[in-house]
Design a binder for this molecule. Structure first.
Ligand code: GCU
Length: 336
């Protein structure tokens, strides 16, 4: 049934796009679709609204954007595929979801790849690094426009306590549907259960999984705090959200419009930096005081130690070694 629905969605969007996008004789006018899987209360949605506002203002309405939040057009994998074909023009997805399209995106799934959010920001703000990632998928139909900080991911459980990787034995942990996420949780001691984000709430509730891992926002905006009352600061990964666009469309736009898209993406990125930290403070506050979630520290050094084999593997991988080196730069020796 879902398949038929998706077929219907893509045909409808395609028809809609055909009617409105780049109408001949109307001088490069575009009505773009932008899909993502967060509710409108999520900070990323506000940053996407900012992107829309900037694009529409800067182009004097020659480019308009229709936002489709809440996974209305499909889960992350589905909207990436729709962006590849051009049925959807722009999509915001987690970098983890992009990994099965281009291996370069797997770098973010390596646990403890970055020591701090500052280090992550510093690397991503180096255009040589970020453009290597953004352009890696050009030949398969899309490119990255920018990223949105999605914070540090930590573990949360329905009813189990965790302090060390040993405590994760036999624990079914939902991970993002990517090989690196599976390897990550297995390395950290748990049993990985890959599934789309939209299924996590009911799976925690029904006991299909014992735990999940994400940023603080998911406790509140997706209400996971209703069904998992224990948060553990493993802070094991920083996996950003990525804004990607169909490449053929971007290339056929006028240079001015292309510039507007790029500049607006940069403005939205900056805007997001301004709202994210505050949103996370509020999320923690609400989870703790209104949902009754308990927050616990863990033996982080033990988790870091458990992650080391994945760093070693990546350094040996022909495609990923240069990417790993690019991100780690001079400190790669310290990590080995
Ligand atoms: C983050 C991210 C989402 C992603 C989710 C997940 O919340 O912002 O885009 O879907 O993680 O764990 O799947």
């Amino acid at each position: 049934m879902r398949k038929y629905f998706m077929l219907f969605v893509s045909v409808s969007i395609f028809l809609l796009a055909g009617c409105t996008d780049s109408v001949a004789g109307e001088d490069d006018k575009h009505n773009l679709t932008l899909a993502h899987n967060h509710p409108t209360s999520h900070p990323v949605h506000s940053s996407l609204e900012k992107f829309k506002e900037e694009v529409e203002e800067r182009s004097d309405g020659d480019i308009t954007i229709s936002l489709y939040p809440n996974g209305e057009l499909g889960d992350e994998r589905e909207v990436i595929e729709l962006t590849q074909t051009g049925a959807v023009d722009i999509t915001k997805v987690s970098a983890a979801a992009l990994e099965s399209f281009r291996p370069e995106y797997s770098i973010f799934g390596i646990p403890y790849m970055f020591d701090s959010e500052e280090e992550f920001e510093e690397k991503m703000n180096d255009p040589e690094i970020s453009e290597t990632i953004y352009q890696s998928s050009k030949d398969i139909g899309f490119v990255g426009l920018t990223y949105f900080d999605a914070g540090m991911r930590s573990l949360y459980t329905a009813n189990r306590m965790v302090e060390t990787p040993e405590d994760m034995a036999g624990m079914k942990v939902r991970v993002q549907p990517s090989a690196t996420s599976v390897n990550m949780i297995e390395a950290l001691g748990g049993t990985a259960t890959p599934m789309a984000y939209g299924e996590v709430y009911t799976s925690l509730q029904s006991g299909i999984i014992d735990a999940a891992e994400n940023n603080l926002s998911s406790l509140v905006s997706s209400k996971h705090g209703e069904v998992s009352k224990y948060w553990f600061y493993t802070e094991h990964a920083i996996v950003p959200d990525m804004l990607i666009m169909n490449n053929e469309l971007l290339e056929k736009m006028s240079p001015e419009h292309r510039e507007i898209i790029r500049t607006s993406a940069d403005v939205a990125n900056e805007y997001h930096k301004g709202v994210w930290d505050e949103a996370m403070k509020e999320a923690k506050d609400e989870a703790q005081n209104e949902m009754g979630v308990e927050f616990h520290e863990v033996d982080k050094e033990a988790f870091k130690e458990a992650a080391q084999p994945l760093h070693e593997e990546m350094k040996q991988d022909e495609t990923m070694a240069p990417i790993y080196e690019m991100f780690k730069g001079d400190d790669s020796d310290e990590e080995s």
